[in-house]
Design a protein around this ligand. Structure first.
Ligand code: SF4
Length: 371
């Protein structure tokens, strides 16, 4: 992994700003870039989107009063070590603290860096919490990057989760298809496919990252029946243009990776320079919706500070709504009237038969009764 100014200078022509950012980052957030990801950098242009994601900017040292160490309130929703339980039916399971790259926009920079990996006892306590909490239907393995665990260790954890009857789906959040796609080898894929239904969510932010190697890695997963989704973070000056986002989303779909979320940047410390105004995010979204195959259009969301969860920030296409008619604005800006149906009762009589005796969904706060 490339971690120092000298190592990076052997690959690219570092700008004065980048050198200053690298010096400032020593006390802020570690630097680490795989040789493969560094090979994608434009050696001549500091505005290269790969460089901007991986090399610190001096602005990281300017901590604004509104910025937070834990913008998503994860540290107050952890009923067991390594478990974050914010939503009713799903949890995050933080199984490792290392990453293949230390992204300059990371919202978990307080936790990742490889200094304090979860202990075996902590992971066991996390598994125990998941096993004794029947309302958890879905577990998202994250960290750090779970694919940095050995295949054996990862298989063990997945196997333990699969033994829990109420865990219906398992997801893995990983940036390795972007920064080290060669990790997705036959051995890993053969191990993962034992644990269906299993989903992988990855994190491509720019079309420059969609290389033949990345494509091969993602397609290996998809060919093993593992759906791959992508979460993009909207980053000022990196991908904050309609042209860049359209190219990324179309390229992902060609790789059989489904664009899933487009995140407004979180209010994490030292990242103000990377965030876009929300109105810009909505304008960009309007440049995607309708103009491209809808499967290539991710949902634009903002993760509410403090742990409120994801909130769609879709611009309103409804200009008027009453019981008789709706006036909508199309993606081209035309106003069209949609007549409402005459019947308004939407209850489903067969539900009472089909779901008789089944308890209703548990819509309580994730960990409210535990904390
Ligand atoms: S890979 Fe994910 S967890 Fe790791 S630094 Fe990047 S954004 Fe943060």
């Amino acid at each position: 992994m490339l971690t120092t100014e000298a190592e990076l200078a052997s690959v690219i022509d570092l700008s004065l700003e980048e050198r200053a950012g690298l010096a400032a980052s020593k006390s802020l957030f570690r630097v680490g870039i795989t040789p493969y990801y560094a090979s994608l950098m434009d050696p001549a242009h500091p505005s290269c989107p790969v460089r901007l994601q991986a090399i610190p900017h001096p602005a990281e040292a300017q901590i604004r009063e509104e910025e937070l160490r834990d913008p998503l309130g994860e540290d107050t929703h952890n009923p067991a070590p390594s478990v974050v339980h914010k939503y009713p039916d799903r949890v995050l399971f933080l199984v490792v603290d290392r990453c293949g790259i230390y992204c300059r926009h990371c919202n978990r920079r307080r936790l990742v860096g490889g200094d304090e990996p979860p202990t075996t006892a902590e992971l066991e306590a996390g598994l125990e919490y998941i096993a004794k909490t029947p309302r958890i239907r879905d577990v998202l393995l994250s960290g750090g990057d779970p694919l940095l665990l050995s295949t054996r260790r990862l298989s063990y954890l997945l196997g333990r989760l699969r033994q829990i009857p109420h865990v219906e789906t398992i997801r893995i959040g990983t940036r390795l298809p972007v920064v080290c796609p060669m990790r997705i080898d036959d051995e890993l894929v053969a191990a993962l496919r034992q644990h269906h239904p299993l989903f992988v969510n990855t994190h491509f932010n720019h079309v420059k990252e969609l290389t033949p190697e990345a494509r091969r890695g993602c397609e290996r997963l998809v060919d093993a029946g593992i759906p791959v989704g992508n979460q993009t973070v909207l980053l000022r000056g990196v991908n904050s243009s309609v042209r860049s986002l359209r190219a990324l989303m179309r390229g992902l779909l060609r790789m059989r990776v489904r664009p899933y979320y487009l995140f407004q940047g979180d209010t994490v410390i030292g990242t103000d320079h990377l965030r876009t105004p929300v109105e810009t995010a909505m304008e960009l979204y309007q440049g995607l919706r309708g103009w491209m195959n809808s499967m290539a259009v991710p949902m634009l969301v903002l993760d509410a500070p403090g742990g409120g969860g994801k909130v769609p920030i879709v611009p309103s296409y409804i200009e008027h709504l009453d019981e008789e008619r709706v006036i909508v604005k199309t993606y081209r800006g035309a106003r069209v009237e949609y007549p409402q149906p005459r019947e308004r009762d939407c209850s489903v009589p067969y539900d009472a038969i089909q779901f008789a005796g089944e308890p209703p969904d548990d819509d309580r706060e994730g960990s409210a009764e535990v904390l």
